[in-house]
Design a protein around this ligand. Structure first.
Ligand SMILES: [Fe+2]
Length: 373
């Protein structure tokens, strides 16, 4: 006799008492099944393989050359492409992953830039392993608020000299220009020119911003204007705090607005004066918010892009971060196209946030300060 299984609908043989006796080992089959071993966490390259990324990076790298009349532009592989990350907060494991990515795709990246919060909570939360991560000394860096907190019994904040010595090891190889050279004054602000791309990248020390830095910024901007270089500024804080307007429906502008402290109003005014004198300003690149934050500064013609935290840590971050999955990492690759006046961004790592904003790529027109793709 046969009956039908209520689970599968398949015909199965009816069970008789004799058969139960004969099938005594059945009890053993009712033990909880042995689950397969969890696969090893994937490397950042496995999660972001060349077959997925190269079509994007190869296009980001293309730079248009001014065309002759009635002819289309010629393209060359000379675009300024930056790996931009922030708020790594002493996460050695994730830093190794960022640098593994940077080294693997170095052919397509001009430089890597870390806009602050290299240390954990303070100098007490710091591992010397950070500076030993291969490639990290070559990363362009700016200071964040946590990078200056000493919080010991005698001193609260570190001086520029102390920060320079701690975080800027290797600055001689960055190719940057500092007032007084890259070491003598221990200052933590700099600029770097990319003449083939027509861009000057400025790194500000927003934690020790003083009259001397303001004067230096104004003269550095004026020098860029005279040389015909478009300017990107980088620093830790969002340059205007909350005095900003988000870009409509921009997925890189998080709906979470909880940590917008810090601002650099005098630097914003210096950039404004640079623009009014005819200088070409691209955008501010920052961090601090731990969520993606992007928009325009109220009353100014200035875009800013703050990237979420590269640390594998959900506090303040608006995204779930799962070890071994794509969301373990979070940083951007940013290309500056001075011909089309475009900023192109691709997200590496956490793409989704709690509001289901999906960050994959975006293209901003920095002249019109609008999202165009
Ligand atoms: Fe931070």
């Amino acid at each position: 006799m046969k009956r039908r299984s209520f689970l599968t609908g398949a015909l199965i043989a009816a069970t008789t008492p004799d058969m139960l006796a004969a099938d005594a080992p059945i009890a053993a089959t009712k033990q909880p099944p042995v689950l397969p071993a969890k696969p090893a966490a994937k490397s950042i390259i496995e999660l972001n393989p060349p077959e997925t990324l190269l079509p994007i990076l190869q296009n980001m790298q293309m730079r248009a050359i001014k065309p002759t009349p009635h002819k289309p532009p010629i393209y060359q592989s000379e675009q300024l492409v930056l790996l931009h990350f922030a708020d790594i907060h002493n996460d050695v494991k994730n830093l190794r992953r960022v640098m593994e990515f940077a080294l693997h795709y170095r052919k397509y990246l001009t430089d890597s830039l870390l806009t602050g919060d290299i240390a954990g909570g303070s100098w007490n939360d710091w591992s010397d392993e950070m500076m030993a991560v291969p490639g990290f000394k070559d990363v362009l860096k700016t200071l964040g608020n946590h990078d200056i907190y000493k919080w010991n019994k005698t001193t609260r904040n570190a001086t520029p000299r102390e920060c320079h010595d701690k975080y800027f090891a290797g600055i001689e190889s960055w190719g940057v220009v500092q007032p007084g050279g890259t070491n003598p004054d221990g200052l933590c602000y700099w600029y770097k020119d990319y003449p083939a791309c027509g861009v000057r990248l400025i790194g500000l020390d927003c934690m020790h911003y003083d009259d001397a830095q303001q004067t230096w910024l104004a003269s550095t901007l004026e020098d860029a204007r005279v040389k015909g270089l478009a300017v990107v500024t980088s620093q830790h804080y969002p340059p205007a705090g909350k005095a900003v307007t988000g870009l409509p429906n921009c997925p890189f502008d998080s709906l979470q607005r909880e940590s917008l402290g810090g601002a650099l109003p005098r630097a914003v005014e210096a950039v404004d004066a640079f623009q009014k004198a005819g200088g070409e300003f691209v955008c501010w690149l920052g961090g601090h918010t731990h969520t993606d934050f992007c928009g325009t500064i109220n009353g100014k013609k200035q875009l800013f892009i703050c990237v979420g935290t590269a640390k594998n840590f959900e506090l303040w971050c608006d995204s779930r971060r799962v070890t071994g999955e794509k969301s373990q990492d979070l940083f951007n690759v940013v290309a500056i196209d001075t011909y089309h006046k475009h900023i192109r961004v691709v997200r590496i790592g956490a793409e989704w946030n709690r509001y289901l904003q999906h960050r994959v790529t975006m293209c901003l027109d920095y002249a019109a300060r609008k999202q165009v793709g």
